[in-house]
Write a protein that binds this ligand. Structure first.
Ligand code: HPA
Length: 246
């Protein structure tokens, strides 16, 4: 049976409804992942959960050990990953609490360990990344979305920024010119590392706030947290549905 994993982002440090059967600490050649893998049953199916920022949300986006996380999931037999990501909304359709399944990425991150092909004896492979998310997995999410009571947008370009600070208004204007609909801090190198390992990967993005400069005033953590409460309720509904349909 194909094993599915969820990587939970800001606002999703655990999955309600998950009957936990095991917690597994995994060591990898790249060091420790963000925390133990939580293995359990959701809608009668075995799933694996990993909190990207650690159990107590102490790891900022640039300090997440993406290589260890992906390696650990792969090492326990995970073949499909749905990554949950809180994002800022840039284009008009991406208002607070909107859920979207992105289909493209632009990478603005830097100085992150972004590949498993990092020297040593192994021959370098340049993986294809034309379509960064696995289309079959995206389609499963979109099919599950037909059975929920909120709208899920099918397609968006995710701009991955370095963080942990939010962006300046001018940076968001540039990102919009580049074609970004969403801005988040963790989409890369997570997606490419999954590709390098041959693991299917799709993202379930939840808008936490309008991106910098898209509204008057500044962005507050209080606003983000409040919006994410509703947003993550939606995500939980969608994830449970997708698992039950697999
Ligand atoms: N920018 C980057 N990442 C984010 C944002 C944002 O506005 N909101 C939630 N994650």
């Amino acid at each position: 049976m194909v094993k599915i994993a969820f990587i939970g982002g800001t606002g999703l440090a655990s999955i309600s409804g998950l009957e936990v059967t095991q917690r597994q600490a995994v060591e990898t050649p790249y060091g420790a992942p963000s925390g133990e893998l939580t293995i359990g049953k959701l809608a009668g199916r075995e799933v694996v959960f990993l909190a990207r920022h650690g159990e107590h949300h102490t790891l900022p986006p640039h300090r997440v050990n993406y290589r260890a996380n992906l390696w650990a999931l792969h090492s326990v037999g995970v073949e499909q990953i749905i990554a949950v990501a809180a994002v800022g909304g840039i284009t008009a359709a991406m208002g607070p609490a909107q859920v979207a399944i992105p289909d493209q990425i632009i990478d603005y991150t830097h100085s992150r360990e972004a590949t498993f092909y990092d020297g040593g004896d192994q021959p370098v492979e340049h993986v294809d990344f034309s379509y960064p998310y696995t289309e079959t997995l995206r389609q499963k999410l979109l099919k599950a979305a037909q059975g929920v009571d909120f709208s899920v947008l099918a397609g968006a370009t995710y701009g991955a920024t370095q963080g942990p600070r939010l962006e300046s208004a001018a940076e968001i204007i540039r990102m919009q010119r580049d074609g970004c609909d969403l801005v988040g801090m963790t989409g890369m190198p997570e997606a490419v590392l999954a590709r390098e390992l041959g693991v299917d990967y799709a993202c379930c993005a939840v808008v936490a706030n309008w991106a910098a400069g898209c509204t008057e005033g500044v962005i507050t953590m209080a606003e983000i947290e409040q919006t994410l409460e509703l947003g993550m309720q939606r995500v939980r509904q969608l994830l449970t549905r997708v698992v039950s349909e697999l």
